[in-house]
Design a protein around this ligand. Structure first.
Ligand code: PGA
Length: 277
């Protein structure tokens, strides 16, 4: 590893340790708390409508449901018609304004149909669609340009974790994603790849330590704004472990895959974060 990057990371780790003892936070942080459903390639139109009919508002927590692209507009119409304070987010967008990109969706269209957020750089897309940090950066810029809040996913693989590369990987992903972007306009989701869909989440203490590190990187970029950025945890979050994550100072919500497919478990996770909001 390049010596200067090594020194930089060492410094950030030290700062993160100093700034955050990793203890559960009892004071409200003032940051928006999110509970986000990432449905990936799941659910039919009818299943979505049943889910949204039962889903209750967040009580101070920003609830965002991210269904597959063809369900975004009906989802928006439904929550609007019901007057429910539930946000609709996309799982991806394209970095260009428009053009010959078969199968892609423009950020401007997502905005037009009522989306407020967009997940960007999910590890599955980094894997299957070869999205790199530069693409993530362009997508985030395009989303912001069109008024969508990017939820930028970062995280290390199991191999990178075993090789003690976590901080290096996260720093590279963050610096790449944020090039030319004001960090206070985005949401970060720390999603260790080894924890996604495996049933093996990070421990809350482990996640807190990494979130404090992410915030230290943000503070290096912009000291004032670092405290304002919501950093979510994702990876095998469920109704049983949500409480432990919610109790941590630097964990400002969760991005939920599997456990967001059942309205009961998703609602329980929202309730956990609503208590602290
Ligand atoms: P999971 O997925 O909750 O099923 O682990 C999380 C995600 O991929 O965002």
């Amino acid at each position: 590893m390049d010596q200067s990057i090594k020194a930089y990371i060492k410094l950030l780790v030290q700062e993160a340790v100093q700034q955050s003892p990793g203890l559960p936070g009892s004071l409200p942080t003032g940051r928006t708390q999110y509970v986000i459903a990432n449905w990936k390639m799941n659910k039919t139109l009818q299943e979505m409508l049943d889910f949204l009919q039962q889903l209750k508002e967040g009580n101070g927590v920003e609830v965002v449901v991210c269904p597959p692209a063809p369900l975004l507009y009906p989802a928006k119409l439904y929550v609007q018609g019901q007057n429910k304070d539930i946000h609709i987010g996309a799982q991806n967008t394209h970095q260009e304004e428009n053009g010959a990109y078969t199968g892609e969706t423009a950020a401007s269209l997502l905005k037009e149909i009522g989306c407020s957020h967009c997940i960007i750089g999910h590890s599955e897309r980094r894997q299957y669609a070869q999205e790199d940090d530069a693409t993530v950066n362009l997508k985030a810029k395009q989303a912001l340009k069109r008024g969508l809040t990017p939820i930028i996913c970062i995280g290390e693989t199991l191999q990178q974790k075993q090789q003690n590369q976590t901080e290096k990987v996260l720093t590279t992903q963050m610096l790449g994603a944020l090039e030319g972007i004001d960090a206070s306009e985005v949401v970060f989701a720390y999603e260790p790849v080894w924890a996604i869909g495996t049933g093996e989440s990070a421990t809350a203490e482990e996640a807190q330590r990494i979130h404090a590190y992410i915030r230290a990187v943000l503070a290096h970029l912009d000291k004032e704004n670092a405290e304002k950025v919501s950093i979510l945890y994702g990876g095998s979050v469920n109704e049983n472990n949500a409480q432990e994550f919610a109790a941590m100072t630097d964990i400002d919500g969760v991005l939920v895959g599997g456990a967001s497919l059942k309205v009961d478990s998703f609602q329980k996770i929202i309730a956990v974060f609503a208590k602290g909001a």
